[in-house]
Design a protein around this ligand. Sequence first.
Ligand code: FEO
Ligand code: CA
Ligand code: CA
Ligand code: CA
Length: 645
Amino acid sequence: MSHSYSDQKVINPATNPSFDEVLTARLSRRGLLKGAASLAMLGSLPLSLAGCATGGLKREGIIGFSSVPLSMGDSVRVPNGYTANVLLAWGDPIGHASGSPAFKQDASNTADEQALQTGMHHDGIHYFPLPYSSDGSGSSTSALLAINNEYIDEGLLHGDGFANWSAAKVRKSQNAMGVTVVEVRAGASGSWDIVRPSRYARRITGNTPMGLSGPAAGSARMMTAANPGGNECLGTLNNCAHGYTPWGTYLTCEENWDNFFMNSGAMTPDHTRNGITAKGRGYRWHEFDERFDAGKHPNEPNRFGWVVEIDPYEPQSKPVKRTALGRFSHEGAWPSFGDDGRLTIYMGDDRQFEYIYKFVSRDAWNRNDRKANNTLLDNGTLYVAKFNDGSGEWLALEHGKNGLTAAAGFRDQADVLIRTRAAADAVKATPMDRPEWIAVHPATREVYCTLTNNSRRGVDKSPGTNPSNPRAANTFGHIIRWREMGGDPAALKFQWDIFVMAGVPDHPDPAKRGNIKGDAFGSPDGLWFDDGGILWIQTDVSTSVLHTGDYERMGNNQMLAADINTGEVRRFLTGPNGCEITGVINTPDGRTMFVNIQHPGETSSERNDPAKPKAVSSWPDGVSGGRPRSATIVIRKNDGGVIGT
Ligand code: FEO
Ligand code: CA
Ligand code: CA
Ligand code: CA
């Protein structure tokens, strides 16, 4: 259900690149035995990627904190010498000029009130200094925070859950998702507050009008009864992780948007390939908002599954879905900047056996006039990754190339983009173990990607292992990294290796021990480089398996810091019960860190019983609160130093 549905159903029918043959060839060449020894070997292939990692950094990030132990406590724990405070929880008013309705602990706030309050299930987050600065510096005390609100738990959102289901409840659900923009300011002591009211405060929801642009906009497949032009839609859904542009816009990414659809009529191949089912996943929106019945409105799903660009500095601006970046379960959209000023955006498709993509802009961005970049993300090339034996290549998803022709069933570029997964299947991209976040090293441009887990890898009739996804029944996940040819983000070839295989060092099954140097973790998801080159790893062990089976001794979800030069991984934070840790960003001076705690109190079914909302957690409000709430927290070092050092 809901978010981690991606761990429960394979929707990629492609059998193309099962790389068992490649792996077998590789291992036999190296004279390795099967099993744990070969995994360990793959995990430590020297790629000569490190070494120059500290050159060119804004500051040097040497990990300097004491490791935090695993925890099953209902609180946020950070190292000695650090303090974490709650800044902005679900339901807190954002400070909009129309009003600041207070959160009601019994969840009796209306849909209209929710539209003026922080959304639910915080995920990706970015810091936009006030005022805008084009060189990546800017204020470390005044800013806008853009925060994704990924999905909803109806058992917490409404006092009586799905009982008395109504149009008003559907509208409240839609208003609890999307993006929250707030203005924040640091006080003299380093404490942070929300500025209320603020002209920048804004909610973007499942019903906010937004434009469609790029090659797929206006195509026949985008047209609906409500929008015959195929150029405008209502809302953004399941906003998982994020990205940003150097011209100061926020990219929010539509991940498991298909969860909100059902289909009472004929299922198209594209509906199926994107995970839509006849019954839907129980959100029941279609009962009062017919567009979520894909049988009645077969093109409505085509208007979701995109990357959306939002200008937080212009609160009246209309968000735009950028179709040139492809359509799938977008985890995030992370930029890398080429010497020529063109922008490359790395993107994962978080489903079992789906792919890693990148978009390369046709044009260089304009540093002097941020508005001149309004259509920069509409022109460029979308590529999908093929991981060979230590090297890799980017295959263009361009109509007329690589077999993506009319004869092969692709009408035009709009069709290639709307059916991105089918195009990637056709060019024989490498199916991965659920690509989540991607992080680009600030000096070397080396790219790291979390492959969170894939319990079906090599199980039953599912695709087998391949060099880049070398572990069958991969319950712990791994982090892969690559370096583009010549250090150019736009290059068509790369070299890769595996940075770390996650696991439990003393697991009885040697294949599940991984090769972590330091603290144990599994299901890596959030991933981010700070300006000092520390790699921050956040985990999302699904609540359906948390504290059981392989995860019996792993504790609550956590955040760790990795030194990519030594490979050491050290635990920095543990979260409250039932939560996932996702989303992290620092101020430009590195002295304040914002982290999101998502879905504290989530049950193993991922939906709370409305009669017992505090069954798993009462974080952050404790005894005085009525229900757990996702929240952004602020972390400071007590001596005011740089976080992590
Ligand atoms: Fe929303 Fe794949 O995490
Ligand atoms: Ca994620
Ligand atoms: Ca995840
Ligand atoms: Ca989760």
